[in-house]
Write a protein that binds this ligand. Structure first.
Ligand code: SF4
Length: 307
């Protein structure tokens, strides 16, 4: 593993490449990444990159977003057969035609798409958001009515904070986060009564209801850093534990046993090495889809920069 990491470091320089990785990537990939983050952090980072090549370790919609924000750069998504593609099942729950149908049914409503959507869905959306900024984006949209695509649990979380808008939910969900149950969280709490419960807003409303705090993964990282607590029950994908334990060896983190996203795990360190050598496979999108999809993504990035 040491050899592979060394070779990856050497090739990054040789190929003028930056390696971006999501917080749910395998530990050995997190360890060689130049930037580790959630979807918002990765989108923001991708929008200011000065290298020629971006190696993107995450699921496909994230790599697509990096391409849309950097149309002149080569974005490489290190997936090789038989692991042909790392797709997000939630993103696959929304398609362009059905979104257009919803728009027709609700004239005057703004479509706010979670970044967990395909480029085609982004191209017919008005705004994008991530779990970090969904409340902020929906509250800033000038329209009184919002179609929120595709995660109904995140949409329900937004509804709790944004009371002055009608929010129409899409029936999508994350297969990984809905596997985190109240029973499991309460069992962990029984075993670790001092632990603070922090959960991701892709969890069900029942899980959100028993949490002490609700955060995106990046929000969790910041909260753990600033908290005096020593123990945390964490309601999100288990691999975030690698980053948390590395940063806080003195703190304890407890995750749900089934909170694993198999799609995120399709990216392997051997694929990263091979992709750095060959600068392939690349993300390709047609010009018109990229032009249209950039509008809602750029609006999100601009709102983020306005913080
Ligand atoms: S954790 Fe959920 S939302 Fe994230 S990539 Fe996996 S299935 Fe998609």
């Amino acid at each position: 593993m040491q050899d592979i990491a060394g070779e990856i470091a050497r090739l990054k320089g040789e190929q003028d490449a930056i390696l971006l990785a999501h917080n749910y990537q395998r530990p050995e990939i997190q360890d060689v990444a130049d930037f580790l983050g959630d979807s918002l952090g990765l989108a923001m980072e991708a929008s200011k990159i000065d290298r020629k090549n971006i190696i993107f370790c995450g699921v496909d919609f994230m790599a697509e977003s990096a391409k849309i924000l950097n149309p002149d750069k080569k974005v490489v998504h290190p997936i090789v057969p038989p692991h042909l593609i790392a797709k997000c099942p939630m993103a696959a729950m929304a398609d362009r035609e059905t979104v257009l149908g919803f728009k027709n049914e609700h004239p005057g409503a703004a479509v706010v798409s979670y970044v967990n959507t395909t480029a085609e869905v982004k191209a017919v959306s008005d705004y994008c958001c991530t779990s970090s900024n969904a409340v902020k984006i929906v509250s800033k949209v000038p329209e009184d009515k919002v179609i929120f695509v595709p995660d109904e649990h995140l949409g329900n979380w937004v509804k709790r904070s944004v009371k002055d808008k009608e929010i129409i939910l899409w029936p999508g969900y994350c297969r990984t986060h809905v596997r985190i149950t109240t029973e499991e969280i309460l069992d962990l709490k029984e075993d670790h009564p001092e632990a603070i419960i922090i959960v991701h807003p892709e969890c069900t409303s029942e899980v959100v209801d028993i949490a002490d705090e609700v955060f995106s993964t990046e929000g969790m990282v910041k909260y753990v850093k600033s908290s005096d607590a020593r123990e945390f029950i964490v309601g999100t994908e288990r691999e975030l534990g690698h980053r948390l334990r590395k940063a806080h060896p003195d703190k304890q983190f407890y995750f749900g046993k089934r909170a694993v996203c198999p799609n995120m795990k399709q990216v392997r360190i051997e694929n990263v090495l091979e992709s750095l050598r060959s600068l392939s496979p690349v993300i390709e999108l047609d010009d018109e889809t990229m032009r249209l999809a950039k509008i809602p993504l750029q609006r999100m990035v601009d709102i983020g920069r306005g913080d």
